[in-house]
Design a protein around this ligand. Structure first.
Ligand code: IPE
Ligand code: IPE
Ligand code: MG
Length: 239
């Protein structure tokens, strides 16, 4: 991976775990387990490559529509693994954020998420933004409610985009590069505000097969893109 032009904020829609498992005659849970293991590897790799922010879509507000068995399996997977994994990340100076609605997550997970955020809040390395029970529209609605409950009418009238951003779940830089594995080409309600000017990349591999080499391939693809932001500024000096 070339050192130049590394995206500041990378976002990944972790997709294809179920199909990956099905292909090998296993149940969907097996795919989620393997997907989580791969996620741990990719987080450490991205951090070692000096990515400043890594947002990960691991469970959407809409994923509660799935069977109780699958939802329970996923919640259990998070509950059992996130604390230990976050401790490992913290040793590498990573700061962990969670984005999403608390309800209807169970109390144990809610407590675990706030403890992890608290424990890692002084860290200054890569920010890992776990989007769990996350919905992009919900985030915008929740920001509007915070604004309505905390600002005067005059302050509301003076809001601009930079000020609005502060009321989202976390104040993060815009996404530079958005990757969705499994070949699906849609956002599925992921970070709608932050993806405004992101470059999109849709590799065919299912997430459990998204290796470090696949991550490097993705970054190489990003480095070929020419970003203009509506103007004629050529950010990519290779072009
Ligand atoms: C992504 O894999 C993980 C979550 C959404 C939690 P999927 O479970 O969506 O797998 P596919 O897309 O059905 O293969
Ligand atoms: C989006 O994937 C949510 C996550 C990856 C967490 P889905 O698999 O739920 O999205 P759709 O249903 O294919 O749009
Ligand atoms: Mg899917």
């Amino acid at each position: 991976m070339e050192k130049i032009n590394i995206p500041n904020h990378v976002a990944i829609i972790v997709d294809g775990n179920g199909r990956w498992a099905k292909k090998q005659g296993k149940n969907r849970s097996y795919g989620h387990k393997k997907g989580f293991e791969r996620l741990e590897e990719i987080i450490k790799y991205a951090s070692s490559k000096n990515i400043k922010v890594l947002s990960l879509y691991v469970f959407s507000t809409e994923n509660f529509k799935r069977s109780k068995e699958e939802v329970d399996y996923l919640m259990n997977l998070f509950e059992k693994n996130l604390t230990k994994f976050s401790d490992e990340c913290s040793k590498e100076n990573m700061k962990i954020f969670f984005s999403g609605r608390k309800k209807p997550l169970n109390d144990k997970i809610i407590k675990m998420m706030s403890e992890i955020e608290e424990k890692t809040k002084e860290n200054t390395g890569t920010i890992i933004n776990f989007c769990l029970n996350y919905g992009g529209r919900a985030e915008i609605v929740d920001a509007v409610k915070k604004i309505a409950n905390n600002l005067t009418l005059e302050q509301i009238n003076n809001l601009d985009e930079n000020e609005f951003k502060k009321y989202l779940y976390h104040e993060l830089p815009d996404i530079d590069f958005m990757i969705r594995t499994s070949g699906e080409q849609r956002l599925s309600n992921f970070l709608l505000w932050q993806n405004s000017y992101a470059e999109f990349y849709f590799p065919e591999v299912q997430f459990p097969d998204f290796t470090k080499e696949e991550f490097d391939k993705a970054i190489l693809e990003y480095q070929k893109r020419n970003r203009r932001f509506g103007g004629i500024v050529y950010e990519n000096k290779n072009n």
